[in-house]
Design a protein around this ligand. Structure first.
Ligand code: SIN
Length: 538
C-alpha cells in the first residue's frame, strides 16, 4: 500500500483546457494546484478545436447581434442576459489574449480575418493557423501558466472524488500513475474537466472527454441541468478505424463546401433555407437519415477549397491524407459524431454550483448560455469568459475557511482508473450510440437506463473512468426520457415536434455512489429567457 500524500493550496482547478487555464491564471497569485489526467496543454477538446472563436469584432457587428444569434440558436432555452454577457465580455477577453500573444489569422491588410459559420448573421469567427484555433488558444494560455510561480501543475492525476464536508467541497482525491493516491485540500475547487463525448462510440472528442466532472459533481450532490442536450457534429470523417473520429470543421462549409450523397447530389438546399449552414442539429439529422437509409454522404470541398486545402485547412488536410484521401480532388465521406454537451453541472453567471466551495466552467458547466443548441464557435469564447469569471468570484469569495480532512479513504494501489473494465466501457459506448444518440425514443431510452443500472452493479472497484462514462450515460438518458418533445439538439422520434409547454430547463438532483444510481427532478435555478441573476450557492 502506498503512502497517502496530502497537499494544501488556496484553490484547485481540475482540467487544463481553455476554461481551466483561464481560471488558474485568474486565481493566481494565490497558490493554485492545476490537476489534469493528461498533460497541461494536451488532450483537451480545446486543444483539438479546429473551428474558431466567435467574437463581435467586425465593423457591421455588435455584441447585441452576437447575443441575438446565440439566443436564436438555443431553441428557447438560452438565458438572454448570459448570452449578452458572453458576447460583451468575449470582446475584451479576446483583446486581452491577443495582447498576451495569441496569434489569430489576418487578411491581406493585416486586419483580423473574420469567417462565417452556421446560424451567425455576421462574419465573426476568428481562426488561428487555419484550422488550429484551439491549439493556439491553449498555447497562449499554457505559456502564461508555465511562467506563473504560484501555479503548481499536477499532470497524469485522475480526480477520483471531490472531498465534501459539512460546509461543502474542500478538496480532491486524485490517483497518480501506478494507482497511488493523493489529497489536494483547498477552500475553492473549480471543475473545468470538459465534456463527455467518449460516452458515444462515435465522437470527435479526445480520449480524455469521459465526463469525469459530471460524475464527480453528481457524487458530490451537485445539481445538474440540460443534460439531454448533446450536440452531434454533422461532419466527422466516416471511418470506423478512427476512434475518436477526426472532425472536418464547419468552416469548410462556411467556405462553401457542399454535402452530397453517393449519387453526387447536393441535398441540404432542399432541407433548410440555410443549406449547408443550417443549424448543426438540422444538418446532422439530414445526414443521419440518409445513412440509415443505406446511402453514403460526402463533403465536397473540391470547388470551394481545392488547391488551397493544405494552407487553409492544414489539420483537416493532414487527417485526410492519413486516411488515404485527397480532399483537393475527391469528396470526403462524413457521418455525425458526438461533439459537445450543452448540459452539465448547474452553474450561475459566476460559475457557482449548488454546492458551496465548488465552481464549474467550460463544457462541464451548464450556465444556460447555450440553451438546447450551442451556436458554432461559442465554446472557446465561453471557456475564456467563464474561466475568468469563476476565478474572479472564487478569488473574491471569503472562504479562507479552514479545510479539515473529514474522511480519507485508505489508499489503494495498483488500479489504473483509465484502463479498467474495457468490455464494460465498450458496451456503454455502443448502448449510448444506439439508444441515446442523435435520434431517441422512449423504448430505447428506457432499455438503455435499465441496462446501465445492471452494468453499474458490476462495476469493479477502481474503474473510475468507466464509472464516469456509465454515470454520464445514465444521467443523460434519464433527462432525455423526461423531455417528451424535440427541441434543439434533442430529437425524439416519438415526439418529433417542439412543445411550447416544455420550454423550460430540466434540472436533476442526483444521488450517485458505488451502490446507488438515482436522481430526482427539481426546478431549475436559472436559465429561462431573461432569468434573473441569482446565486445558487447562497
Ligand atoms: C468546428 O470546427 O466545426 C467545430 C467548432 C465548434 O464546435 O464550435
Amino acid at each position: 500500500m502506498s503512502a497517502l500524500e496530502v497537499f494544501r493550496a488556496d484553490a484547485l482547478v481540475v482540467g487544463t483546457g481553455v476554461a481551466g487555464l483561464a481560471a488558474a491564471l485568474g486565481l493566481a497569485p494565490r497558490r493554485v494546484h492545476l490537476l489534469t489526467k493528461a498533460t497541461v496543454g494536451a488532450g483537451s477538446a480545446s486543444d483539438w478545436a479546429q473551428g474558431g472563436v466567435a467574437v463581435a469584432l467586425g465593423g457591421r457587428d455588435t455584441p447585441a447581434r452576437h447575443a441575438a444569434d446565440t439566443v436564436a440558436a438555443g431553441a428557447g432555452l438560452v438565458d438572454a442576459e448570459l448570452a449578452e454577457l458572453l458576447a460583451r465580455d468575449g470582446v475584451a477577453a479576446i483583446r486581452r489574449l491577443i495582447a498576451a500573444g495569441a496569434d489569430f489569422d489576418r487578411d491581406a491588410a493585416g486586419e483580423l480575418a473574420l469567417g462565417r459559420e452556421a446560424a451567425h448573421s455576421r462574419d465573426r469567427i476568428l481562426h488561428a493557423h487555419g484550422d488550429r484555433t484551439g491549439a493556439e488558444l491553449v498555447r497562449a494560455l499554457a505559456t502564461q501558466v508555465a511562467r506563473h510561480p504560484s501555479i503548481a501543475r499536477f499532470e497524469r492525476r485522475f480526480a477520483a472524488r471531490l472531498l465534501v464536508g459539512e460546509r461543502g467541497v474542500y478538496g480532491v482525491e486524485a490517483i497518480r500513475p501506478g494507482g497511488g493516491r493523493e489529497l489536494h485540500l483547498a477552500p475553492r475547487v473549480v471543475l473545468a474537466t470538459g465534456g463527455c463525448g467518449q460516452i458515444w462510440t462515435a465522437t470527435t472528442n479526445p480520449r480524455e472527454a469521459t465526463g469525469d466532472g459530471l460524475a464527480l459533481a453528481a457524487a458530490a450532490g451537485a445539481r445538474l441541468v440540460d443534460l439531454e442536450f448533446v450536440q452531434f457534429h454533422p461532419t466527422a470523417l466516416a471511418a470506423e478505424r478512427f476512434d475518436p473520429r477526426p472532425l472536418l470543421t464547419e468552416a469548410l462549409r462556411g467556405e462553401g463546401a457542399w454535402l452530397v450523397d453517393d449519387r453526387g447530389e447536393r441535398f441540404m438546399p432542399g432541407e433548410h433555407e440555410g443549406a449547408e449552414l443550417a443549424p448543426r442539429d438540422v444538418v446532422a439529422r439530414a445526414i443521419w437519415r440518409r445513412l440509415v437509409a443505406g446511402r453514403r454522404v460526402f463533403l465536397d470541398a473540391r470547388r470551394a477549397v481545392g488547391e488551397r486545402f493544405p494552407e487553409r485547412f492544414p489539420a483537416v488536410f493532414e487527417i485526410c491524407r492519413a486516411a488515404g484521401l485527397d480532399p483537393r480532388v475527391e469528396p470526403i465521406p462524413v457521418a455525425p459524431a458526438a461533439h459537445y454537451h450543452m448540459g452539465g453541472v448547474e452553474a450561475d453567471r459566476w460559475g457557482r454550483t449548488s454546492v458551496a466551495g465548488l465552481w464549474a466552467c467550460g463544457e462541464v458547466a451548464s450556465t444556460g448560455v447555450h440553451g438546447a443548441n450551442r451556436l458554432a464557435s461559442n465554446s472557446l469564447l465561453e471557456a475564456l469568459v467563464f474561466g475568468a469569471r469563476v476565478a474572479q468570484d472564487a478569488g473574491a469569495s471569503s472562504p479562507e475557511r479552514p479545510v479539515r480532512l473529514v474522511a480519507a479513504r485508505p489508499p489503494r494501489a495498483g488500479t489504473d482508473p483509465r484502463r479498467a473494465a474495457p468490455a464494460l466501457r465498450a458496451e456503454v459506448r455502443r448502448l449510448a450510440w444506439e439508444r441515446i444518440g442523435l435520434v431517441r425514443a422512449e423504448e430505447g431510452l428506457a432499455a438503455a437506463i435499465a441496462r446501465l443500472e445492471r452494468l453499474h452493479e458490476r462495476l469493479p472497484p477502481g474503474a473510475s473512468e468507466a464509472r464516469s462514462l456509465l454515470t454520464g450515460a445514465w444521467l443523460i438518458a434519464t433527462a432525455a426520457l423526461a423531455r417528451r418533445e424535440s427541441r434543439g439538439a434533442h430529437f425524439r422520434s416519438d415526439f418529433p415536434a417542439e412543445d411550447a409547454a416544455q420550454c423550460r430547463r430540466l434540472a436533476l438532483l442526483p444521488r450517485v455512489d458505488e451502490r446507488a444510481l438515482a436522481a430526482r427532478f427539481v426546478p431549475a435555478a436559472a436559465g429561462a429567457p431573461g432569468a434573473a441573476e441569482r446565486s445558487l450557492a447562497g
